[in-house]
Design a protein around this ligand. Structure first.
Ligand SMILES: Cc1cc2nc3c(=O)[nH]c(=O)nc-3n(C[C@H](O)[C@H](O)[C@H](O)COP(=O)(O)OP(=O)(O)OC[C@H]3O[C@@H](n4cnc5c(N)ncnc54)[C@H](O)[C@@H]3O)c2cc1C
Length: 445
């Protein structure tokens, strides 16, 4: 039987961060990952001859914890990101697209044009209604974040009389584009909470595409350093159960039956996975009651290769009022080895989770047409990548159910984007949760 100081279940950014921090401090760690590839929701792999990723990701310029972790392992964010100063919004039923500047410092002209220009899309009245919506949202998030969780984004927009056009062309693209939820299902707390750091650090506001598959450019460099620090990373090693001895967690049992022992176990599995691991011992424990009540939420993506690029630039694009929540051409950024490539996050995810892949393709091609995109000509191959229960629900009234990293059970700590930290379900949030988990263990010394 193997014995370590700390077992880390899961090799997403939360797990890798925990393992890096602990191994740097001299702890012996083992990371147990059930998949064959490390990285979790930030991974990339070959799926029957096509390189795919867990889904279209954007790095936000105001992230701090993730860049620090990457710097520790010798990766400078600027070297792995292609920054975008604008986002595009495609309008259903027309071939038109509108560009919005999102980066006041790096693309000031585009940002000003986005805010006060595009008058054919939004009238002055529309814009004023948005000012009131955003100002009140941020103020209420600062003063009473939990009250804000009682409202959906749509309810909050109605409260501040956001006009129909402003809703369709700004609020819907932002809500369904970012967490693939329509505004009636998206908590106003999660919505404003995610943007607030951008207001506080507006000078860092810009988004970027990764210049390569995420396992290759994010997960692997962190993993290499963990191994250099004498940590162990095992893929294809699903954890089935926790081992409990007189109320203390002393290790885990793997799917094959093998056991690994440690003084501490950090579960960094996604919410659905964490529930399964915890169910055996803790389904009725009061501390875990909220975790079991916190619903999961799926995500579904389609990734397509073409004979030539479909879009003229690689840029984040929203397709409000269609199934194409957010998408981007990637053949000049993330996947340069193919002549044309598009990655699309679909909304509403539940509908697509149930559908067969051919029907998903047909739906997407039809909706693409409505946005002025030809997703049929020159299609070489496509894959659907789904995450059935990886996210915690960002719908209203659930945020208070997210658990802290610290648990009352000796030897057991949680981490992962669903655990309590201010960046919701993002890469930055996952890293912060991993830092907190490591700190809890190191703080005990
Ligand atoms: C389509 C999509 C788009 C996204 N876009 C963005 C974006 O633009 N910007 C952004 O910041 N974030 C984005 N995210 C969110 C971001 O990817 C996640 O918040 C973050 O990666 C979560 O990291 P994590 O370590 O908490 O969980 P995960 O990455 O899910 O890691 C959990 C790991 O645990 C493993 N596991 C589960 N059960 C077991 C078990 N029993 N035994 C062993 N291992 C187990 C899983 O296989 C997985 O590897 C996106 C996510 C998706 C899916």
């Amino acid at each position: 039987m193997e014995k370590f100081d700390v077992i880390i279940v899961g090799s997403g950014l939360a797990g890798l961060t925990t393992a890096l921090e602990l191994s740097e401090s001299g702890k012996s760690v083992i990371v147990l990952e059930k998949n064959e590839v490390i990285g979790g929701r930030t991974s990339s792999w070959d799926e029957n001859g096509m390189v795919v990723e867990s889904g279209l990701h954007r790095h936000i310029g105001y992230y701090e914890a993730l860049p620090k972790i990457l710097k520790k392992v010798g990766v400078e964010v600027d070297e792995i990101i292609q920054w975008e100063e604008q986002i595009d919004i495609r309008i259903k039923g027309s071939k038109e697209k509108k560009s919005f500047g999102i980066s006041p410092i790096y693309g000031p002209i585009e940002t000003i044009k986005g805010a006060i220009g595009n008058n054919d899309l939004l009238s002055l009245e529309d814009k004023l209604s948005l000012i009131s919506f955003f100002t009140n949202g941020f103020l209420q998030y600062i003063k009473h974040p939990d009250k804000l969780d009682q409202f959906s984004v749509r309810e909050f927009a109605e409260k501040y009389h956001v006009s129909e056009d402003a809703l369709n062309f700004v609020v819907i693209p932002l809500s369904s584009g970012i967490f693939f939820l329509p505004p009636e299902r998206y908590s106003a707390k999660a919505f404003f909470g995610l943007f607030l750091p951008g207001v506080k650090r507006f000078y860092k506001l810009r988004i970027g595409a990764y210049l390569g598959g995420m396992t290759e450019i994010l997960a692997n460099p962190i993993a290499h350093q963990i191994v250099k620090n004498k940590g162990v990373i095992k893929t294809g090693s699903g954890v089935k159960n926790l081992i409990m001895d007189q109320g203390i967690i002393t290790g885990v049992q793997l799917d094959g039956g093998n056991e690994v022992r440690a003084e501490h176990t950090v579960i960094t599995a996604n919410l659905g996975g964490a529930k399964k691991i915890l169910a055996n011992h803790f389904s009725t424990h009061p501390f875990f009651e909220n975790l079991f009540r916190l619903p999961t939420m799926p995500a579904v993506t389609i990734q397509m290769e073409f004979e030539k690029p479909v879009l003229p630039v690689d840029r984040t694009t929203f397709g409000p009022l269609t199934s194409l929540a957010s998408f981007a051409e990637q053949s000049r950024s993330t996947f340069k080895h193919v002549p044309g490539r598009i990655s699309i996050i679909l909304t509403p995810p539940e509908k697509f989770l149930k559908m067969n892949h051919e029907d998903i393709l047909k739906n997407v091609q039809k909706d693409g047409k409505e946005l002025g995109l030809d997703l049929e000509a020159g299609l070489i191959q496509y894959r659907v990548v789904s995450h059935p229960e990886d996210f915690h629900s960002l719908e209203p009234n659930y945020d208070h159910l997210r658990p802290e990293q610290q648990t009352p059970i000796k030897g057991l700590i949680l981490a992962g984007d669903y655990t309590r930290q201010p960046f919701f379900a993002t890469m930055e949030g996952a890293v912060i949760s991993g830092l907190n988990a490591a700190q809890l263990i190191l703080g005990e010394q």
